[in-house]
Design a protein around this ligand. Structure first.
Ligand code: FAD
Length: 404
């Protein structure tokens, strides 16, 4: 059997972005041949991991078999894309397939670089070290929060970009709330070390978080600090001050670590990458800047917005319209404004729904000030957004663009 195949449209990645865009394209007239290259037999609804780590939802609710989500009419190639040859309109895979395409959509998400923090891979899940950033480790977060008896509860945010820049602090707010409910808050320090100079990129929500949450709840925040080493045996974390370069040791009783992230290595090493390693697309049209039959969407793309599933929802119709225009030999039809959203869980039953664009300007959906903590917005995250994700986003249907 020949390993050479050809499809009209090849989508790399069956995540939030890849599944949704494949489904959309298959519904468009004249598109009959879409293949999805995706190695995993499972799909994860990652935004739920905040609530899993906070003990609200079982982690099993965040996973579904990939086979049930591949859109009808798409061909699933269960393999991993490995090398791109965009001059020849083809790519090769880990298992040796050679796949040609007329149009390519690149959506393999980003890569978690656990190994970039010394001692982290060995310590994860033990000695008070936990992380919401993978299915395998998310249960360790709730175990640590539940068993915390007082002392130092430490939370980290690495140098960006990361996916869901709000997630590192959401879990801290849940933990802090839990400690108060247990009556042990006065025996605990809640400390946040973040590599960025502010708590959140969009100023409106940064101010809201500091004034409504961080200050009144006595959370210590250290900006421009990055975790460089975990010493699991002695329960010590080594941080670097990014201004002075100095390092120091912070003892912890529990530490929630957000690992560094980057573009997947196979993208970094490909002709599709920009200098930083991301798929080099126009921030307006999502079309590759050198290869007009290549598009990218989601976390792997160079789009300079906060990497979220909510952003994917706003990107998908733009990519769909512009790819279909390209097929008809027309210029791009529409443009992406950088819309992204972050449901900032600030406690059990509280949430600030951030929505903003490339200019970090709020673009809010609801007719009230979303910069205030609200019970209703927490219920939206808990009950409505999962339905929108499973029934809307990954099936490529049009839904309101708030949250994910
Ligand atoms: P993914 O959904 O990560 O999918 C990438 C897919 O590509 C995977 O299926 C993977 O197996 C596949 N792949 C990898 N390598 C290859 C290869 N070589 N070849 C082919 N396929 C490959 N977003 C929100 O909107 N709101 C939130 O509240 C929120 N909270 C979050 C909390 C946490 C803890 C985390 C981890 C993420 C959160 N996100 C949130 C972010 C959101 O999950 C991502 O931005 C979104 O999943 C990105 O979609 P994607 O398709 O680009 O990547």
């Amino acid at each position: 059997m020949s390993n050479k195949i050809h499809h009209q449209i090849v989508v790399v990645g069956g995540g939030a972005a890849g599944l949704g865009i494949a489904a959309r394209l298959l519904r468009a007239s004249g598109i009959r041949d879409v293949a999805i290259i995706e190695p995993s037999d499972k799909h994860y609804y990652q935004p739920l991991w905040t609530l899993v780590g906070g003990g609200v939802v079982a982690r099993e609710a965040s996973v579904r078999p990939m086979a049930g989500l591949i859109p009808k009419g798409a061909q699933w190639i269960q393999d991993a894309a490995a090398k791109f040859f965009p001059e020849e309109n083809r790519l090769t895979t880990r298992d040796g397939r050679d796949i040609g395409y007329d149009y390519l959509v690149v959506a393999p998400g980003l890569q978690i670089d656990w190994h970039k923090i010394k001692g982290l891979p060995e310590a994860l899940g033990k000695n008070g070290v936990c992380s919401n950033y993978s299915y395998d480790t998310v249960n360790s977060t709730w175990e640590n929060i539940r068993n915390f008896k007082g002392g130092n509860a430490v939370f980290t945010f690495p140098p960006p970009p990361i996916k869901c820049a709000g997630a590192p602090q959401k879990i801290m707010y849940l933990a802090e709330h839990y400690l108060r409910k247990q009556g042990i808050r006065d025996k605990s320090r809640v400390v946040y070390y973040c590599a960025t100079p502010t708590i959140f990129s969009a100023p409106k929500y940064a101010t809201a978080l500091v004034d409504q949450v961080v200050k009144p709840r006595g959370i210590e925040v250290h900006y421009k600090h990055s975790l460089v080493e975990i010493r699991g045996q002695s329960k010590e974390a080594v941080f670097q001050n990014l201004d002075t370069g100095e390092t120091f040791v912070q003892p912890y009783d529990m530490i929630h670590v957000v690992p560094p992230m980057s573009a997947p290595d196979f993208i970094k090493q490909s002709p599709l990458a920009n200098e930083a390693g991301w798929v080099d697309v126009s921030k307006e049209t999502l079309q590759h800047v050198r290869y007009p039959n290549v598009f990218s969407i989601g976390d792997a793309s160079s789009l300079p917005t906060s990497k979220t599933a909510a952003a994917v929802r706003a990107q998908a119709p733009v990519l769909e319209a512009n790819l279909l225009a390209a097929i008809q030999g027309q210029p791009p039809k529409t443009s992406y404004d950088g819309y992204t959203s972050c449901p900032l869980v600030t406690g059990y039953g509280r949430l600030i729904l951030a929505e903003f664009d490339y200019d970090l300007k709020p673009c809010e959906t609801f007719p009230f000030d979303q910069g205030k903590e609200r019970w209703s917005m927490y219920q939206l995250k808990r009950w409505v957004l999962p339905v929108i994700y499973w029934e809307g986003l990954v099936k490529g249907y049009k839904w309101p663009r708030f949250g994910a």
